[in-house]
Design a binder for this molecule. Structure first.
Ligand SMILES: [Zn+2]
Length: 352
């Protein structure tokens, strides 16, 4: 079984090599790079029912044939550590030592970044990681998703989507690995998650299987046969160097795993595998007080925070629905009924 999987994975790789070798140049949006060079440009999202958008893109076309990897961040424009990480990657990668091609999209949600609005695109109020594969006649978020599907996802062989804790989320770093059921593809994406190197990996099995309703960016790649992962680091508006660096380091390590860069990937061979993520919503609007910190291990039923009214009376006590690790906890006192107090990850007994 293992040998069959490896052979199929190798065939996937060979197809990619053949495709990349044919190209004297590599173009994404308005950016065209010659072999051994880097170029910058934009993905042009035309105006429609609301204004258009120019999403910055950096392309590297390697001196040698190889895989095509896309790395995208800033779907949520205030998850700053992930955006800065891709800015650093754009400086750090040397196209003369690259095999294959690299597409970097550091900031999808420009309006969120500029206006400091978490979670959504303030132009249309939609999350820019929930409307894939997008539509050409939709609102700005949907048209941007459509442009990314056509210009970034479809040409690539592999994809990494970077996120982090948003302005109101105190998050510990982790990687998402989606098990699609395609054994050859899942073996490659699992290797990407291991090579990314974060010590907690969430194994996801409940993503949509239909490419027409893929919803998330990494799932848009997965449902099109392209091994992909998502990774998160950073929290609450901060750009701590260690959070930025683990995303840069993880991306470079995956590039080594995919033979795009020389050197050995730094694999995390025994990560903590999370098999189930339980969200804890607030049942009341008021002032939130956390009783746990990001990364803390909690037991089922443990009080993890509480909400008071504006006169100091406790109106809701939040308890953990499972034993597990606090993946993130709300970082600010603002609490609205239905908003997330924390996400708790239940730890798997065995590696998937
Ligand atoms: Zn995000």
């Amino acid at each position: 079984m293992r040998r069959v999987v490896s052979l199929a994975a190798a065939l996937l790789g060979l197809t990619a090599l053949a495709r990349a070798a044919e190209r004297p140049t590599f173009t994404v949006g308005t950016a065209t790079a010659a072999q051994g060079h880097k170029a910058t440009g934009y993905l042009e999202v035309p105006a429609g029912v609301d204004p258009g958008l120019r999403i910055p893109v950096v392309v590297f076309h390697g001196a040698w044939p190889g895989q095509i990897l896309a790395i995208v961040s800033g779907a949520h424009g205030t998850e700053y550590a992930s955006i800065i990480a891709v800015e650093r990657l754009a400086e750090r990668v040397d196209p003369t030592e690259l095999s294959g091609s690299l597409v970097l999209v550091p900031l999808v949600n420009l309006a969120s970044f500029e206006q400091k609005v978490p979670h959504v695109n303030p132009v249309d109020g939609k999350s820019m990681n929930r409307f894939y594969p997008g539509r050409s006649d939709g609102t700005q978020t949907e048209r941007a998703a459509y442009a990314i599907t056509k210009n970034v996802v479809e040409p690539c062989d592999h994809l990494i989507d970077l996120h982090g804790g948003d302005l109101d989320e105190s998050l510990r770093p982790y990687t998402y690995w989606t098990k699609t059921g395609n054994a050859a593809q899942d073996a490659v994406s699992r290797d990407m998650a291991i090579a990314f190197g974060l010590d907690h990996i969430i194994a996801v099995t409940d993503r949509p299987k239909d490419p027409a309703t893929s919803r998330y960016l990494d799932n848009t790649a997965s449902t099109r046969g392209k091994p992909s992962i998502a990774a998160e680091a950073g929290y609450a508006g901060r750009t701590d160097p260690e959070d930025v660096e683990i995303l840069v380091h993880g991306s470079l390590s995956v590039m080594r795993q995919l033979k795009m860069l020389p050197g050995v990937p730094s694999r995390i061979e025994h990560p903590v595998w999370i098999e189930n993520v339980r969200s804890v919503p607030s049942e009341q609007t008021g002032i939130f007080y956390p009783l746990v910190v990001r990364g803390q291990v909690v037991e089922q039923g443990m009080k993890i925070g509480y909400v008071t009214d504006f006169f100091g009376k406790t109106i809701f006590e939040a308890r953990s629905p499972t034993t597990g690790v606090v993946l993130y906890v709300c970082a600010v006192p603002s609490m609205r009924k239905g908003d997330t107090i924390a996400n708790i990850g239940a730890i798997a007994r065995t590696a998937p």
